[in-house]
Design a protein around this ligand. Sequence first.
Ligand code: IVH
Length: 694
Amino acid sequence: MAKYNRSMATAAKPKDPKDKDVERQMEALRDEIRRHEHLYYVLDAPELSDADFDRLMQDLKRLEDEHPQLITADSPTQRVGGKPREGFVKVEHSRPMLSLDNAYNEQELRDWDRRARELAGPAKLEYVCEFKLDGMSLALTYREGKLQTGVTRGDGSVGEDVTTNVRTMRTVPLSVSADALKKAGIPPDFEVRGEVIMPLAAFARMNEERERQNLSRFANPRNAAAGTIRVLEPNIVAQRRLDLYAYFLLVDGKYYPELHSDALHALSQAGFRVNSHYALVSSIDQVLEFIGKSEQMREKLPYEIDGVVVKVNSVRTRDRLGFTGKAPRWAIAYKYAARSGVTQIEDIRVQVGRTGKLTPVAVLKPVPIGGTKVSRATLHNMDEIGRLGVKIGDWVMVERGGDVIPKVVKAVEDKDHPCGYKEFHMPEHCPVCNSKIRHSEGEVDYWCVNLNCPARLQGSILHFASRSVMNIEGLGESLVNQLHQNGLIKDVADIYILKDKRSQLLALERVGEKSVDNLLAEIENSRKLPLERVILGLGIGQVGARTAELLAEHFGSMDDLMGAPAEELQEIHDVGPSVSASIREFFEEPRNRELVKRLGKFLNFKGTKKVRGTTLAGKTFVITGTLANYSRDAAKKLIEDAGGKVSGSVSKKTDYVVAGDDPGSKLDKAKELGVKVIGEKEMEELLRPGPRLD
Ligand code: IVH
């Protein structure tokens, strides 16, 4: 294999696009990128900095843009070439994807072991213990070492084809070289089964973002993973991080090779991510020991597990043990006791968030759950309180999921109610600033509308300073609290005059010279952040990171954004009537305008306006097949820069379908709906500015 060397990419452009040298150079570069992806995503042991890795990717992208005919489906650039889909196709599994019987305690495990030994006969019985990852199982098929399909478990016999989404997952190799397969002892056609999970950090990030956009949070990483893998837009899947841990290898619909421990080794050699915490054991006592250790590790893992799966190691022995109904006798899932506890609600208090939303929080008689004492749990809103039917004094079950905040899941039979039941009502006045609460008929939430409410101010400062916004490390809850109480800060603009208040800062509790220096340096650094972060930092309802970016790109300055009427805001795709109303409402409030004006003295209010043409304004395109002179991305960019929109699926709203070589089913769909189909030349024609007859 030719080794890639960066000077190859910077060398003079080859004249002939079919030049074999370019092809070889591109393949070497792809191999190099695959090696680094594997080091980074699968082995967690990167050799390159992110910037150097990005440079390799850019080299490849540039070469592929210049020679689109040389793009291969398994190129690392093609993870998100994907198009949104209208639905998923159902696919039958080569062999049913079964579920497992559960054991909840030592006795049930010992019973299972005894039965397995009886059925296995005199053969030596070995088990492999693995973590039971809390996600969703998936089957990947490879032909000639190349990824063909990714299918969800579905009902076990028939799942859904989610290949376009699976391709975006960095822990799924798009191809495995013949060399690697040979070394791993795997034939070119094979199937891998495993668990798709969302790491806790990605889960927290995603929920934070959703909250900012006023979307509901995912309850736990499992739901988030299962929901994400079925999202119809592959770009969204690529943004949310999903990982796959492989735990089965199948050839011709049968487990392969004879020993499961060898299968795990082979999978890992072939470049799949295999969870490193597994053990080959030969007695049930060793299984119990593994379970004990896993429970200790559980709290520190960067992903969720909900138990341990024990599997018979030998495929031949598995065949002797067989199945009962839907589950094999040769494996069992030991499930940890749920991370929940039963306790009593001593009080229900109300928390005021930065948007002014009131959230009822249950104050609990402290109860230990999964190693920590829980004394508060969210009740979300009044609807939830009604659904749960809880009152103060009730006994409730509280659960700690992937979310940091525990939640009340149900009311339980009364055990005791010394203080009697007391129904909870939302207060009529804000518990923090005492101003009147707003609640409209039919609306779930209650709001404190006082812009000067200290709780709202503190919440908005914390949002502004958070990592994904202005990234001011050190400006956390307790410091903001102190600053606010001491009158040093009452809104986000005050952050930038803290540098003139050094001595007052030093007078605060637990604040020394060094921490003041660090804080002021962080604040100074934040001033360099681009306009989109500043817009995001304002905390306008329904304006998350992506919308802030589009706004900055469209208007190029805070002043233009501030003055933009709703119609202009809605010219941006992604900004609908509700988002534009929220933006207008924000800027029409005099106090907000005043705040923005003050911020303007310190922050970047100018961005780079991305000038989009208007030639194709209002026109929607769909691209299908391979174009001769443009990659898909390049064509998409040209259309978007001319003001058009590129969609992934053909509908009645599509104006043009651009068809290249080998067009897919979209062409049929276009014909069926009577949508105009054009070629590359006609697309170029449309891109040319000037009057035109449609
Ligand atoms: S083996 C017939 N191994 O748990 C074999 N499953 O309760 C079934 N799971 O549907 C799968 N980690 O989604 C296996 N190491 C692991 C697992 C695992 C998590 C999930 C999987 C399965 C469910 C069964």
